[in-house]
Design a protein around this ligand. Structure first.
Ligand code: FMN
Length: 280
């Protein structure tokens, strides 16, 4: 507890200490200049100007700072625009492998009502436009495929009772058992460099929206994750309920009126996603 007699003494000491810590004018200017440089480094010109304007700096320092910041920002922008300028024709990531003709791509899917089929077709068409030779397989009870022969695997299905369709589920089960037996699925699932997967679905979401599609997508992804492929992306596309006796679900469900989906807008979005993903 501080008694009344020593309190004024403590206050005096504190005030002296405060005065000693206050920077001298030269040090203050240097500190401002350093703060300015840091602000330019961290956030560019706009952030640096904000930083200076937030403080009552003297006009000369401000002018000198602005000049050096403009130079720094111009240099940084030249660098950024230089890189961006290369983008349109620049073969990034898998796009380079596609251009070199070394990319093996598989599109494996199941569709009972045709919605996922439309998405699969748009993926196929986009891959063709990109010049990627690929194999497209609609899963059935006789399907045999070794997904490890491919560098990029698209796998997709409609969602039925929260899971992929039975033919695809069965195929994934057969593949899992085979890969466990052959030793391709290893403890810790080490990554297979350069091998990637993209999972997609169409779903109606009438009851709980996208939440009822997530288990299906996660389920499909697991085989590829177990094998060591990098699961690059999950694409969820809304799909109307096709069977006649389920049509009301396309109008009165959690997602509102989804009749006619996937529509051209949905499919174009898929195409753009594919174009983006092959740059990874
Ligand atoms: C029998 C049946 C069950 C369905 N179950 C679900 C479901 O659990 N969750 C969901 O979001 N959508 C469900 N749907 C909607 C479908 O996922 C959606 O219509 C999808 O686009 C169907 O794909 P397809 O036309 O490629 O078969 C179901 C549809 C049917 C016919």
């Amino acid at each position: 507890m501080i008694t009344g007699s020593i309190l004024p003494k403590l206050l005096l000491q504190a005030s002296r200490a405060g005065k000693q810590e206050r920077p001298a004018p030269a040090r203050k200017a240097r500190a401002k200049a350093e703060a300015w440089e840091e602000a330019v480094e961290a956030g560019g010109l706009a952030a640096a100007v904000r930083a200076v304007e937030a403080e009552p700096a003297d006009a000369a320092l401000k002018r000198a700072g602005v000049a050096s910041a403009v130079a720094a920002a111009e240099e940084r922008d030249r660098d950024l625009f230089g890189k961006a300028g290369k983008m349109p024709g620049y073969p990034e990531g898998m796009l380079r492998n596609i251009e070199e003709g070394t990319m093996r791509t598989l599109n494996l899917y199941y569709s009972s009502g045709g919605n996922t089929g439309k998405v699969a077709e748009r993926i196929d068409r986009t891959l063709e436009e990109l010049g990627a030779g690929h194999t497209s397989i609609r899963a059935g009870s006789e399907t045999e495929v070794d997904v490890l022969e491919y560098d990029l695997v698209f796998v997709g299905s409609g969602v039925y009772a929260w899971l992929p369709g039975k033919p695809l589920l069965d195929l994934l089960t057969r593949l899992r058992k085979g890969y466990v037996q052959s030793g391709a699925i290893k403890p810790a699932s080490p990554k297979l460099p350069g091998k990637k997967a993209v999972v997609y679905c169409t779903y109606g979401g009438a009851h709980t929206g996208i939440n009822e599609a997530i288990p299906a997508v996660k389920y499909m992804a697991q085989l590829f994750d177990h094998l060591g492929l990098e699961v690059l992306d999950e694409i969820y596309v809304v799909g109307e309920y096709v069977p006649e006796n389920m049509r009301e679900m396309s109008r009165a469900g959690r997602l509102g009126d989804i009749r006619g989906r996937p529509d051209e807008h949905d499919l174009n979005e898929v195409a753009e996603r594919v174009r983006g993903l092959v740059r990874v």
